[in-house]
Ligand binder design. Structure first.
Ligand code: PMP
Length: 384
């Protein structure tokens, strides 16, 4: 279809694929947890294969997994739903695509954060809908500006995507900000898609689920096991829908995937119901890397946004990029052997910034940060 041919790939992949062809690269470009998968999860996956649990399951997922997710949502997210509102998906990626597909027809508009995760825009375009970026500005502490949001709404706007903790910024929205966003959505009769895949990774701030504040059933929540349990390649996530969509969702799942791979669902059940110490350990690791990064960036005089969640750092390199951070990131990879994500991949507001991933070894992280060009200090500038 013509609209699909115009969907651009993400600028992250370009750097990543080039980096794979080079030796000895400090890989800070993709959002891949560097911690191992917990033993009990691997064991459950192996057991499922050994016992030949390899059949089609119910479209929404195996019953014990859906029940465990309902219990988790009540306990950890203060989100109270029944099993028919929880759909096991092929990662958050499919959950996002489903939520957008349920809401958007061709030509509709959806508000997406800028900078924001690349797939929000790509998915809207795949549906022949229009992503309308809402800027998250440094001068507003990277929070959405409600007046500006209102000015972007048209008769075709159907939904807003909210991501907290956010990729790439690491912003964690507090209850008041989320409530205001919900009120905005209600005033303009919009659906809300809440991407919470980094829910377990916050640094000093509490994650609040948007759906826990939703009193009129307008929120679709997107969760994933990928980042939480460091199992990005297993591809399990879930979509939590408003009430009354079960029959539609059953059809959507049947048409798209039938169901998620059965062995993966048993591994997912072990992850959700098992010991969460490995998740806490991973958070500690990212948090200690963040401390290391703060020291190095501070010493070198680089400007960055201090993240409150997720596992990325958003760093200002505009003094070095000459207005084209995407090209600069490729040159930097060639010259310094450090792979970083150009901010422009996340939207127009990202020009002049890069995103680096904190889920790396401290050595790799330190090497990458030390190679970044420091801004010329006023003193050096006068001597030059
Ligand atoms: N949402 C956000 C904000 C992400 O950063 C990612 C992964 N980078 C996803 C969704 C997709 O995750 P999954 O592996 O569950 O498809």
């Amino acid at each position: 279809a013509p609209h699909i041919e115009t969907v651009p790939g993400s600028g992250i992949r370009r750097v990543f694929e080039k980096a794979l062809r080079l030796d000895d690269v400090a890989m800070l470009v993709v959002g891949e947890p560097d911690v191992p998968v917990a033993r009990h999860i691997l064991d459950a996956g192996r057991r499922a294969w050994a016992e030949d649990r390899t059949d089609y399951t119910a479209n929404g997922g195996i019953a014990p997994l859906r029940e465990a997710l309902v219990a988790k949502l009540a306990r950890e997210n203060d989100v109270h739903v029944d099993t028919e509102q929880v759909w096991v998906t092929v990662g958050a990626t499919q959950a996002l695509h489903q939520a957008m597909g349920l809401i958007l027809a061709a030509g509709d508009e959806v508000l997406v954060p800028d900078p924001g995760y690349t797939t929000f825009t790509m998915n809207a375009r795949m549906l022949d809908a229009h992503p309308v970026p809402y800027p998250l500005r440094p001068e507003r502490d990277f929070a959405p500006d409600l007046d500006e949001l209102a000015s972007l709404v048209t008769a075709k706007t159907r939904a807003i995507i909210v991501n907290s903790p956010s990729n790439p910024l690491g912003r964690v929205f507090d209850e008041e900000t989320l409530s205001r966003l919900l009120r905005f959505a209600k005033d303009h009769d919009l659906w809300v898609i809440s991407d919470e895949v980094y829910e377990y990774f916050t640094y000093g701030e509490k994650h609040v689920s948007l759906a826990s504040l939703d009193h009129d059933d307008r929120v679709f929540s997107v969760f994933s096991l990928s980042k939480t349990y460091a199992m990005t390649g297993v591809r399990v996530g879930y979509l939590v829908t408003p009430k009354g969509l079960a029959e539609t969702m059953r059809t959507v799942q049947e048409a798209q995937i039938s169901c998620v791979a059965e062995p993966d669902q048993w591994a997912a059940l072990a992850a959700v119901t098992g010991d969460h110490q490995p998740v806490a350990d991973a958070r500690e690791h990212y948090s200690s890397n963040l401390d290391l990064a703060r020291r190095i960036l501070g010493d070198r005089g680089l400007t960055y946004l201090d993240p409150r969640g997720a596992f990325y750092l958003w760093i200002d390199v505009s003094h070095a990029t000459g207005g084209d951070v995407a090209t600069w990131a490729e040159e930097f990879l060639d010259e310094a052997r450090v792979a970083v994500a150009p901010g422009s991949a996340f939207g127009r507001m990202g020009e002049g910034w890069i995103r680096i991933c904190l889920a790396a070894s401290p050595d790799t992280l330190a090497r990458g940060l030390a190679a970044l060009p420091a801004p010329v200090s006023p003193q050096a500038a006068t001597t030059a």
